[in-house]
Write a protein that binds this ligand. Sequence first.
Ligand SMILES: Nc1ncnc2c1ncn2[C@@H]1O[C@H](COP(=O)(O)OP(=O)(O)OP(=O)(O)O)[C@@H](O)[C@H]1O
Length: 303
Amino acid sequence: MRHAALVVNPMSGKHRGEAIGEVATRRLRSAGWTVDRVTGDDVVSVRSSLAAVLAGGADTVVVTGGDGALHGILDLLVEADVTIGVLPAGTGNDLARALELPYGDTEACLDILLNSTPRRIDLALVHQGDQERLVATVVASGFDSKVNERANAMAWPRGNMRYNIAILAELRAFAPIPFALELTDASGDITRIDTGAMLVAIGNGPSFGGGLRIAHGASLDDGLLDVCLIRPVSRSLLIRTFPKLQKGTHVTMEEFERYRVRSVRIEAPGIVAYGDGERLGDLPLTAEVLPAALSVLAPPAPA
Ligand SMILES: Nc1ncnc2c1ncn2[C@@H]1O[C@H](COP(=O)(O)OP(=O)(O)OP(=O)(O)O)[C@@H](O)[C@H]1O
């Protein structure tokens, strides 16, 4: 039987995390698992409680929260080489989407936790100066990170409306960004690209921002990262691109480019990057794939 640390982010998904954590504790304990609850006021306190539970012998970590909740502890999970389970409670849940978890249905996600064989997924290791961070879904920079920066600086309104207002404000002022990319492909060949772009995203998984499939087609276990960029487009075409992101149909646009790489360095003046929806900080950054770095209880990978 598994000995699990159940990490609960009570803030996830507008406070849904706590209730989902209680359902999970009951269900996992009645299935015979040992469950140690790990919670805290912020990522720092959660990290130290989790480290203590891992030192006490937990072999599984169930993360009840959104992509941000997992992002804050990824390095501890990889270091301890535990198996994780994801109980989506966030607003975005992009890793849960990529794992094809039924993210609106906690009981169905618990069925999967209790009945599946672990699979291994890749992660992206992001270097910025002397800092290293692990990312499970997408690293994004450009139009989307500018929108995030603007939305995060706004005190009002809360929720999605803040993002809609920030999108409109950014659209008014937005100009293509000069990016310098250095791409290292699977065989180690290096390509340098200097280009204007609306955004550059590095996909370990296909989506960010709650199902925006910027890196549609990216696989969590191909040992590669998908570097996706949208070359300069008019404001009206950029607006028309948003609905395409939901389905991933933007990949057929002639301004869309994709490179599958082992690592990439991205540089652009004054641009910030976000990873798993969390602020990573200013470019430049280098991201490299860590193949099969994390063991996850989830349905088998698509063939
Ligand atoms: N275990 C935790 N306890 C308290 N706060 C946390 C914890 N983990 C992360 N946080 C903070 O809570 C914020 C939101 O976390 P999370 O991503 O889990 O929820 P969300 O934003 O609703 O979901 P999503 O990222 O899927 O949209 C993070 O940005 C982080 O600052």
